[in-house]
Design a protein around this ligand. Structure first.
Ligand SMILES: *Cc1c(COP(=O)(O)O)cnc(C)c1O
Length: 395
């Protein structure tokens, strides 16, 4: 089956007479068992164990996991309460005191803060590098590097990283590659096929698509995902609620169709912004002017709906947009049906989140100016989206 079909039918339950056509929400936390069916320790959890307790597994969550794995072309997927729970769980599972995490210099701020503050407190060495430069990545790998973590496109400035090049570099050094593919979605990019060991999603974003549920997932090979389930979900406890999983399953049904529209609308908005005199630089992977457009063409089958731009006098423009926009919402998050826009001052993230110094801090500022506007282009009529930006920026 192809993606649009997988999103609707992958792993669907048997079509028995009288069975529901729509996946049911199973809100139960425990399931009938018997003394021989399953051990009480998570260490005894076998691959074909029956449902037992919802933190270990749940039918609604299992369907979401199977559908995500099918869309990603992965052997297995594991649901989490949020994208942060997924990333933190994977990092804690794969890293130990004395090991080294090589992190993208620009990534989701919460991930950078967790790595640089919390992991460092537990004795994991963390350093960051520009993941759009494979030679710099190769030079930054250490003998103790266990994990290379990238985001492509990277939140919030939409830099890209070449997944297959970085997978080869990580593997040659005996490390694994994890890819946060939240912005690309499996419709654009399948990192496993490009050599990644782990794929992470904040399901809160495009996968859900409606901005009404938090969720996360990690995809990979079956045995490592089973080990991750035991440590990062059963023991750390960040399991996704069945209701959130059910909402995200519903969102996934339209993911392929939505991504086609997000991309179409983003192209129109990006072209409008590129021609606007107030705007200095516009970044959308589908624009030929994007510095990593060649990588985008190679590894993105859809350029997604995320745009970033920089402008002179950005703080005043942010205030003006927050006050004047009528269709766009001045709000964080991304990937929902309604269009969202948010301004991120460079100082906030360069020092507070990413801890960039010297040339790395200068490179960030060179890309964004004093701040970056992050746009999540929604499903409204693109002419209305353009007119709304035009009226808000005028004068
Ligand atoms: C939102 C986001 C996260 C965190 O996900 P939550 O579901 O909010 O915890 C991680 N990575 C990226 C790229 C994101 O956009």
């Amino acid at each position: 089956m192809r993606p649009a079909t997988l999103a609707l039918h992958a792993a669907e339950p048997a079509r028995a007479l009288g069975a529901p056509v729509t996946p049911p929400l199973v809100a139960a936390t425990s399931f009938y068992t018997d003394p021989d069916a399953i051990g009480f320790s998570a260490n005894d959890l076998g691959a074909d164990a029956p449902m037992f307790y919802t933190r270990w597994g749940n039918p609604t969550v299992a369907l979401l996991e199977q559908r995500l794995a099918a869309l990603e072309g992965a052997e297995a997927a594991l649901g989490f309460a949020s994208g942060m729970a997924a990333t933190a769980g994977l990092f804690l599972h794969r890293l130990a005191p004395g090991s080294h995490l090589l992190l993208s210099d620009v990534c989701y701020a919460g991930v950078a803060e967790f790595a640089l503050e919390t992991l460092a407190r537990y004795g994991v060495a963390v350093s960051s590098v520009d993941m759009s430069d494979p030679a710099a990545v190769a030079a930054a790998i250490r003998p103790e590097t266990r994990l290379v973590h990238i985001e492509t496109p990277a939140n919030p400035i939409l830099k890209l990283a070449d997944i297959s090049a970085l997978a080869a570099i990580a593997h040659a050094a005996g490390a694994e590659l994890s890819v946060d593919s939240t912005m690309a979605t499996p419709i654009a990019t399948q990192p496993i096929a490009l050599g990644a060991d782990w794929v992470i999603h904040s399901l809160t974003k495009y996968a859900c698509g409606h901005g009404d549920a938090l969720g996360g997932a990690v995809m990979g090979r079956a045995a490592p995902i089973a080990a991750l389930r035991k440590e990062a979900v059963i023991h750390l406890g960040g399991a996704i609620s069945p209701f959130a999983a059910w909402l995200i399953l519903r969102g996934l049904e339209t993911l392929p169709a939505r991504m086609a529209l997000h991309e179409r609308n983003a192209r129109i908005v990006a072209e409008f912004l590129s021609a606007h005199p107030r705007i200095r630089r516009v970044y959308w992977p589908g624009l030929e002017s994007h510095p990593h457009h060649a990588v985008a063409k190679r590894q993105m089958a859809n350029f997604s709906g995320m745009i970033s731009f920089s402008a002179d006098d950005d703080k005043n423009l942010a205030r003006r947009l927050a006050e004047r926009l009528k269709i766009w919402s001045y709000a964080v998050s991304l990937g929902k049906a309604q269009s969202l826009l948010f301004h991120i001052p460079a100082d906030d993230v360069v020092h507070g989140s990413f801890r960039l110094e010297g040339a790395a801090a200068a490179a960030y500022r060179d890309w964004t100016g004093d701040g970056t506007f992050r746009l999540s282009v929604g499903l409204e009529d693109p002419a209305d989206l353009v007119e709304d930006l035009e009226q808000a920026m005028k004068g």
